[in-house]
Structure formats: structure tokens, C-alpha cells
Design a protein around this ligand. Structure first.
Ligand SMILES: *Cc1c(COP(=O)(O)O)cnc(C)c1O
Length: 419
């Protein structure tokens, strides 16, 4: 019996997947947290591994039939420890948010104090923001950035740590355009006896490729997603050098928070880590940063205000206040022009979270397509043209023209994994 294909069984979903594939191919994706996985990662992810239950860890499972799964998970673990230079890795967290919750579960009791970066300053929800379980079930204290520099104020972090004595400190975030000073955070954590968790969800690929300093040897725990700059499937990992911390994290992930791991994802993560260990990935990581800096330079030359005045990594946070446009209408107009971004709060944003002052853009995806600095300057020009037209209240013609030019460009740079 030959089984019917997706197209035959469910033409509605098949058509929508195809439409999304076309959309991803035709747009310039500037969403800083996204990427294109390789065909190899896609293949590993869409496999019969999804059929298997394997609660537990390699060699200690609750179901039989783990002859193959144990080898896959062990490979993923060994590749993670090798790429990131750590002794232990847990590759089972379903995504970044559950991975971070596992960090709380491993080291805190409900009501204990956590020090994390506030969401509006670039921190993540799971670093103790109020609407998150981590902000409701624990006692969050938040640090931000300096108003004059747009950069993390380590003196503020230290004095908050000394005052509140957190059990856990998070560094890293979702909208931080500057290098994270892991040794400085580690010193503060040591001084107050806190566990330091470096959340490198956004920058893991840069760390793996040597384009951002590594938290290894500084942070007690490293938490990361696998689907952002690291260019793997949606998933997460927790890493540490300490045997004791590793045991606590493993127990927190399973049975603390999760049941069976998603083995098809584990295989995809293993493939992504294999790719991240290749010399080409170092070149990729370096190019992400070069591209972000070229795009930042172009935008600044065109009068855009960038939070912190530029970028050290893959990410740019634009404050559109001086352009007289909100982040949301600008992001919506850019999307219609084929330039995909997200509206984002900027530090000390006077506007509401659903209608903030900024736009966040990033270069991991365009770099995966092989674009370089020349294309970044073109993209900067398009952003300027669209935003300026929106400010004037007459953007339709500009959006139409830019969209045609964008499609011409994307046609020349096929995205990995798309047919
Ligand atoms: C994306 C991100 C997460 C959460 O990852 P999800 O997979 O969306 O749950 C956690 N922390 C940081 C810093 C992130 O950027």
C-alpha cells in the first residue's frame, strides 16, 4: 500500500504550507529571532522520531525500544558540550521559555527573588516579567539600561543584587544590541551568592561561531533556544559545568516540568550543532555582525536613532520617535513592502507596549541567504523610504515600488531549506 501524501490527504493545510514557503522565500526577513534552517535540519525534524516516547535520559528510560533514540540524544548532547565548551547539556526543553522555567525549578522555591532585565529594556518575559509565571510565582527585581548610553548599567545591577539578594540572576535578552559582559555578571552573582543564568537564546549562533564572547566558564547555567542565530529547529538547551547543577537541571526538566522529549527535534538540534561546528559557520556568524553593522551605519546615516547608537551583534533597535512614526504603523507598512520586522518597545518608551516607539531588526536570516553589506545598504535605504513615506501619510506608491524591488532581490538569494 502506498500512503497518500499530505497534498492528497489534506490539501487545505498543504496549500497553506506552500503559501507560507512562498511568503518566506519572497520577503526580506529582518525579524531578529528568526532564521532559515537548512534542508538537512528540516529533514531530520520531519521524521518517524516523532513516534517514539523516551521519558528519562540516555541509559535511564521509562520505556523500552531506546536503542536508536539513546544514540541520537547522546550525539546531540556531545555536540552541544563540544560546540559551547561546557561539561553538561540537556537538550530536552521544548523551547526557551520552558528551559528558563526549569532553571527556576532547579534552584528556587516559589517566592524566592530573581533579578532579571525588565522586558521594556530588552529582557525576556521569563526573566521575571509581571505577566509571566516567573513574575507571578517568584519575587522579581529588574534592572534596565542607562538613559544616556542605552547600555546595561552594571553598577545598578550590582546595587540591586546587594540590596535584594536574589537567588538567581539572568543576563541576556531579546532586544539587547550590545555585547553581554558575562564576567562582570558572574562577579556580581558570586558576591551575593546567586546562581547566574546566561540566557543566550538570541546570540547562541554568534557564541558558537566565535562572534560574541562565550558565557562558558562564567555563568553557572547557560540557557538557549536552538532556533534563532543557532539555526536549528524550535527547541532549547540548558548547559553547565557543574555536576550538581546538571543533576538539578535534569530533574527539573524531567520529571519536574516535562514528559517525553521531542526526539525529532533532538535529531534536528544534533544536525544544527554539527553544522555549527563547521568552519563555514564561523564565517556565517562573523557575517551576521558585519551585516548588522553595515545596516546600522546606513540607517544612522539616514538620520535614524538606534538604541545605544549602534550594534555589536545581530540586532538593531530603532527608535522612530524623531521620525514622527509609531513602531507599529511603520512595521506594518514595511511588511506590506516585503520587509518583515517587529514593532518593539525602546528603553523608557513613553508609548504603550502594543503601540511602542521602536522597531527591532536583525540580520541572521538575510545572512543565511548569502546577502552581504551591499544588500544591507539597499535594505537600509528601503526602510528609510517606507518610513519616511508613512510619516508623510502617503506611502502606497512607495510600498508598491519597494515591494517589487524586494522581490527582485530575494529572487537572487534563495533561502536555505526552501524549494
Ligand atoms: C526567544 C527567547 C526565549 C524564549 O524562547 P521561546 O522558544 O520563544 O519560548 C527566552 N529567552 C530569550 C532571551 C529569548 O530571546
Amino acid at each position: 500500500m502506498t500512503e497518500r501524501s499530505l497534498n492528497a490527504v489534506d490539501p487545505e493545510i498543504a496549500a497553506l504550507i506552500e503559501a507560507e514557503e512562498r511568503r518566506q522565500a519572497d520577503t526580506v526577513k529582518l525579524i531578529a529571532s528568526e532564521n532559515y534552517v537548512s534542508r538537512a535540519v528540516l529533514e531530520a525534524t520531519g521524521t518517524v522520531l516523532t513516534n517514539k516516547y523516551s521519558e528519562g535520559y540516555p541509559g535511564k528510560r521509562y520505556y523500552e525500544g531506546q536503542q536508536v533514540i539513546d544514540q541520537i540524544e547522546t550525539l546531540a548532547i556531545n555536540r552541544a558540550t563540544s560546540v559551547f565548551g561546557v561539561r553538561h547539556a540537556n537538550v530536552q526543553p521544548y523551547s526557551g521559555s520552558p528551559a528558563n522555567l526549569a532553571v527556576y525549578m532547579a534552584f528556587l522555591q516559589p517566592g524566592d527573588t530573581v533579578l532579571g532585565m525588565g522586558l521594556p529594556f530588552g529582557g525576556h518575559l521569563t526573566h521575571g516579567w509581571s505577566v509571566s509565571a516567573t513574575g507571578k510565582w517568584f519575587n522579581p527585581v529588574r534592572y534596565g539600561v542607562r538613559k544616556d548610553t542605552g547600555r546595561i548599567d552594571l553598577d545598578e545591577v550590582r546595587s540591586l543584587a546587594l540590596e535584594h539578594r536574589p537567588k538567581l540572576i539572568f543576563c541576556g535578552g531579546t532586544a539587547i544590541p550590545r555585547t553581554i559582559d558575562f564576567p562582570a555578571f558572574a562577579e556580581i552573582a558570586r558576591e551575593v551568592g546567586a546562581v547566574l543564568a546566561a540566557d543566550i537564546a538570541h546570540i547562541a549562533g554568534l557564541v558558537a561561531g566565535g562572534a560574541h564572547p562565550s558565557p562558558a566558564g562564567h555563568a553557572d547555567v547557560i540557557s538557549t533556544t536552538t532556533h534563532k542565530t543557532l539555526r536549528g529547529p524550535r527547541g532549547a538547551m540548558l548547559m553547565t559545568d557543574s555536576d550538581e547543577h546538571a543533576a538539578a537541571l535534569n530533574k527539573a526538566v524531567f520529571p519536574g516540568l516535562q514528559g517525553g522529549p521531542h526526539n525529532h527535534t533532538t535529531a534536528g538540534i544534533a544536525v544544527a550543532l554539527h553544522e555549527a561546528a563547521q568552519p563555514e559557520f564561523r564565517a556565517y556568524a562573523a557575517q551576521i555582525v558585519k551585516n548588522a553593522q553595515a545596516l546600522a551605519d546606513e540607517l544612522m546615516a539616514r538620520g535614524f536613532d538606534l538604541v545605544s547608537g549602534g550594534t555589536d551583534n545581530h540586532l538593531i533597535l530603532m527608535d522612530l520617535t524623531s521620525k514622527g512614526v509609531g513602531g507599529k504603523p511603520a512595521a506594518q507598512a514595511l511588511d506590506r513592502a516585503g520587509l518583515e520586522t517587529n514593532y518593539n518597545a525602546v528603553p523608557f518608551d513613553p508609548r504603550k507596549p502594543f503601540d511602542p516607539s521602536g522597531i527591532r531588526i536583525g540580520t541572521p536570516s538575510v545572512t543565511s541567504r548569502g546577502m552581504g553589506e551591499a544588500e544591507m545598504r539597499q535594505i537600509g535605504a528601503w526602510i528609510d523610504e517606507v518610513v519616511t513615506a508613512v510619516a508623510k501619510g502617503d506611502a502606497e506608491d512607495v510600498i508598491g515600488r519597494v515591494h517589487r524591488e524586494v522581490t527582485e532581490l530575494t529572487g537572487k538569494f534563495p533561502a536555505p531549506g526552501l524549494s
